[in-house]
Design a protein around this ligand. Structure first.
Ligand SMILES: [Zn+2]
Length: 234
């Protein structure tokens, strides 16, 4: 494996994992916080709160993991179909595909003579021909495949960790206090999650942290409002 390939692999897996972790942990924190706060206010009973918290996390983490697995598989399958179709085209219409490659080289800025030579040379090499068509025509890059099982696992674990944050306070404090601690701890968790992602990006930690707090906070507030409207109609 040469340096470029391992570099590509690294970018690909960090990108994929970061997406799953942010998605899982954010959803775990926000949806559990919303549900648990509503249940805390409505029931006022510690056992009910903890029980429903655990049920929510169990169901949701598995469901999100499965969702991640399925969507990543579909992504790979769609990509595979497009590549297979292109293979058929290359086999059926080699001359046309060579011309197509020539015009794509021109489009990308290569000189005419060179473009012609490259297209011709590629037409003698099946693998290269497919690779060029994948890249220039279909926008598919080598090693673009998603890792469904690995991604699902990270989604699952991230959801559990995220979902645990809003619940912890209810183990140690009376409900009236735990509600505030739970909200504060979850908002802090959202901030840290956002800030930590900047270890892998060039974004500013505080900015990304606040972005997660604002967005998570927004959905939490909407949840509270909906809950209030319903309780007023009772
Ligand atoms: Zn083509």
């Amino acid at each position: 494996m040469n340096k470029t390939t391992s570099e590509q692999n690294k970018i690909r897996s960090v990108g994929q994992l970061l997406r799953e972790i942010v998605f899982g942990a954010e959803d775990g924190m926000v949806s559990t916080l919303g549900a648990i706060t509503g249940i805390a206010i409505g029931s006022g009973d510690q056992y009910t709160i903890l029980l429903s918290g655990c049920v929510i996390i169990a169901v949701e983490s598995i469901s999100m993991g499965i969702g991640s697995y399925l969507s990543n598989r579909s992504f790979n399958e769609v990509t595979q179909k497009v590549v297979d179709d292109e293979k058929v085209q290359l086999k059926k219409f080699p001359r046309e595909e060579e011309k197509e490659l020539y015009s794509m080289f021109l489009r990308d800025g290569w000189e005419k003579d060179l473009a012609f030579k490259m297209a011709q040379s590629a037409s003698f090499n099946k693998k290269l021909m497919l690779k060029e068509h994948e890249y220039r025509e279909l926008g598919i890059f080598p090693n673009q495949n998603q890792q469904p099982i690995q991604n699902a696992f990270f989604m699952f674990i991230s959801y559990i960790i995220g979902g645990t944050l809003p619940i912890i306070s209810y183990l140690f404090f009376p409900i009236s206090m735990a509600i505030y601690f739970s909200v504060a701890l979850t908002l802090m968790g959202l901030f840290c999650l956002g800030a930590l992602t900047t270890l892998f990006t060039n974004a500013k930690p505080i900015k990304v942290g606040l972005r997660l707090v604002l967005m998570g906070g927004f959905s939490f507030i909407v949840g509270l409002l909906v809950g209030n409207v319903f309780s007023m109609m009772k």
